[in-house]
Design a protein around this ligand. Structure first.
Ligand code: MTE
Length: 326
């Protein structure tokens, strides 16, 4: 498929979409403009409405926020404005541009369950609202560096991924952890784009998954996580490019085989398994030397491991033959 050779999430929709589908969509929009707008909008409002109706209920985890800040993780820049973080997103399940915040309100986050399977002592499925009560919730200030060369700094809340791995009790034979996003075209229209390998999956080695920095995010800015950022639970691995930070997770699978990830399946030469941040290793089509800070537009030099080398660099000592920075 031509998207493999072209760019990932930076391509314009007309380029990323097979021409016939793109033309059909344009016809739909033209029809709407010509007077059929109610007919077009009604089903859209239907699925946004379902997600929003559930939001009228009080969030049963609201009492966990704001969580106590873990001071071990400090920023070298101001926190990014909350509105920016919640309105400039990559969440392809809801569309392939940055402006998906409204569409993402259709995401139904309750009830929400997490399935744990593969190489574990006892496969299980647990409700998110029960799981979080078993986890040590705290706040951490983290930088986030997208492979597209923009960055932000966010007060995430959540718990160490290691606590979840301990809960899952993987077998000694587990070498990798694969994480998977929901798949439901009834509210996620992006998943009708059949040329993407849905569901979104990502993976870490067990060493990475149990590293202190690997964090499951359930909140931000002292509140439960906003839907555009991947509610109710998403990953944050701040030393890696942002596409590793899989959103709205429904499944963890422990495995002895390296998982093929969403973007790797589309363009493995551009978005690899490791994807560690390194200003000296350019993306095949653009430089990674600096980054645009979301909100202020300031350009800053990018830091190796996104500035988190003291926590993570030693994990990669024996892996010099791997493409660690793609
Ligand atoms: N997870 C899913 N399920 N779908 C996505 O499209 N995009 C990734 C990552 N996780 C993505 C995802 C990319 S490319 C980035 S940069 C971050 O989410 C963006 O997170 P943010 O929207 O909270 O800034």
């Amino acid at each position: 498929m031509f998207i493999k050779k072209k760019r990932g999430w930076e391509i314009r929709e007309s380029e990323a979409t097979p021409e016939a589908v793109f033309r059909d969509r344009r016809r739909l929009i033209q029809a709407a403009a010509a007077g059929g707008i109610a007919a077009v909008a009604a089903p859209l409002l239907g699925w946004v409405g379902a997600g929003r109706a559930a939001d009228a209920m009080p969030d049963p985890t609201a009492d966990l926020y704001p969580a106590k800040r873990n001071e071990r993780y400090q920023l070298d820049r101001p926190v990014t404005d909350e509105k920016q973080v919640e309105s400039y997103n990559n969440f392809y399940e809801f569309g392939s541009d940055k402006d998906i915040a409204d569409a993402a309100q259709a995401l139904k986050i309750r009830p929400w369950t997490l399935t744990i399977d593969g190489l574990v002592d006892k496969p299980t499925t647990i409700a998110f609202d029960d799981l979080i009560r078993k986890m040590p919730v705290e706040e951490r200030l983290y930088r986030h560096r997208c492979v597209e060369a923009w960055s932000m700094a966010v007060p995430w809340s959540g718990f160490p991924l290691k606590a979840l791995v301990d809960f899952a009790q993987p077998l000694g034979t587990a070498k990798y952890l694969q994480m998977e996003t929901f798949k439901d075209t009834s509210f996620a229209p992006g998943q009708k784009q059949f040329w993407y390998p849905w569901p979104y999956t990502e993976g870490l080695t067990m060493a990475e998954a149990t590293n202190d920095l690997a964090f499951i995010v359930t909140g931000a800015y002292g509140k439960p996580l906003a839907k555009p950022n991947g509610a109710p639970l998403r990953l944050a691995t701040p030393w890696k490019y942002g596409f590793k930070s899989v959103k709205s997770i429904v499944k963890l699978s422990f495995t002895d085989k390296r998982p093929a990830t969403f973007w790797e399946k589309l363009a493995s030469n551009e978005y690899g398994f490791w994807a560690n941040v390194n200003p000296a290793v350019p993306h095949p089509r653009w430089s990674q030397a600096s980054e645009r800070v979301l909100g202020t537009g300031e350009r800053r030099p990018t830091l190796i491991w996104n500035g988190y080398g003291e926590f993570v660099a030693a994990m990669y000592d024996g892996l010099k033959g791997e493409k660690l920075f793609v």
